[in-house]
Design a protein around this ligand. Structure first.
Ligand code: PLP
Length: 243
C-alpha cells in the first residue's frame, strides 16, 4: 500500500516537503489577499494517498492540521500511525465501507447521494456520534465522475438536512482536467455561485462554511475564485509512487 523508505530517502522527502510547504503557504496567502481575504480564511488539506505515515507526520510537525485520504483501506491502515490532526475522507465512497469511517474522520467530503447520507446518519446514530459532510458536485457534468449534478444540489441538501446525525458543512468539487490552470476558473466560479446560493437558502442543519476545491495544479486559481479549502497532494509530497 505504501512504500518502505530508507533513512536517506526519508530525509530527502522531509526536506522537499518543508520547502514545498513554504512555497504553497506563501502562494496561498498571496491568492487569499488578492481575493480580499485573510491568510487564515483558506485551509490547506494535505492529500496523502500513497504517502507513508512517517512523511505525513513530518508534515503535521511542520503545521499541517488537516489530511485527506481517498481510499478507506489506506486511511484505516495509517490512522494509528498518524500524529494528532484532523483526518478527512475525500475519495469516492461505497456504502458498505462507511462503517470504517464513522467516528474516525472529522469530515467526509464526498457525499453525492441521499443513500450515502442516510447510511452515514444511521451509523453515526448507532455510534452515538455525528458526522460533518460536504456535498460533492459534478461541476463539469462529466459522465463517469462522482458528484451530484448541480441542478439536483439543492434537493439533495434538503434531504440530507432532515437526517439526524449528518451536518452539511459545504461543497466540494473536482473540475474536469484542464490544459491550463486558468481553464478551471469558470468551474471554480460556478462552484462559488452555488456555494452562495446554498448559503442564502439558510436551510436548517446546513451551513456553508467550507468550499473545498483546487489541487496541486490549480489551487491558486481556486482560491482566487473563492475556495476556502484546497486539497494538495503532489505539490507537497512529490509525485505519487504506486508500488
Ligand atoms: C489526490 C487528490 C487530491 C490531490 O491531488 P494533487 O493533484 O496531487 O494535488 C485532491 N483531491 C482529491 C479528491 C484527491 O483524490
Amino acid at each position: 500500500m505504501t512504500e518502505k523508505l530508507s533513512n536517506e530517502e526519508l530525509s530527502c522527502r522531509f526536506q522537499n516537503l518543508e520547502e514545498n510547504l513554504k512555497v504553497i503557504r506563501s502562494r496561498m496567502e498571496e491568492a487569499a489577499a488578492k481575493s480580499g481575504r485573510n491568510p487564515g480564511d483558506v485551509t490547506l488539506l494535505a492529500a496523502t494517498k500513497t504517502v507513508p505515515a512517517e512523511v505525513i507526520n513530518r508534515g503535521i510537525e511542520l503545521g499541517i492540521a488537516h489530511i485527506g485520504e481517498n481510499r478507506v483501506q489506506e486511511l484505516c491502515g495509517k490512522l494509528d500511525a498518524l500524529l494528532p490532526c484532523d483526518r478527512q475522507f475525500i475519495g469516492h465512497l461505497q456504502k458498505n465501507k462507511i462503517k470504517y469511517l464513522i467516528g474516525r474522520v472529522g469530515m467526509i467530503q464526498s457525499v453525492d447521494s441521499e443513500k450515502l447520507a442516510q447510511e452515514i446518519s444511521r451509523l453515526s446514530v448507532s455510534n452515538g456520534t455525528e458526522t460533518d459532510v460536504l456535498i460533492e458536485v459534478n461541476i463539469g457534468g462529466e459522465e463517469n465522475k462522482s458528484g451530484v449534478a448541480p441542478e439536483h444540489l439543492s434537493e439533495l441538501a434538503e434531504k440530507i438536512s432532515a437526517l439526524p446525525a449528518v451536518h452539511v458543512r459545504g461543497l466540494m468539487a473536482i473540475p474536469p482536467v484542464c490544459e491550463k490552470p486558468e481553464d478551471a476558473m469558470p468551474y471554480f466560479s460556478k462552484m462559488k455561485e452555488y456555494f452562495i446560493d446554498m448559503k442564502d437558502k439558510k436551510m436548517d442543519n446546513v451551513s456553508m462554511d467550507c468550499l473545498s476545491m483546487g489541487m496541486s495544479a490549480d489551487y491558486v486559481q481556486a482560491i482566487l475564485c473563492g475556495a476556502t479549502m484546497v486539497r494538495i497532494g503532489s505539490a507537497l509530497f512529490g509525485p505519487r509512487i504506486y508500488r
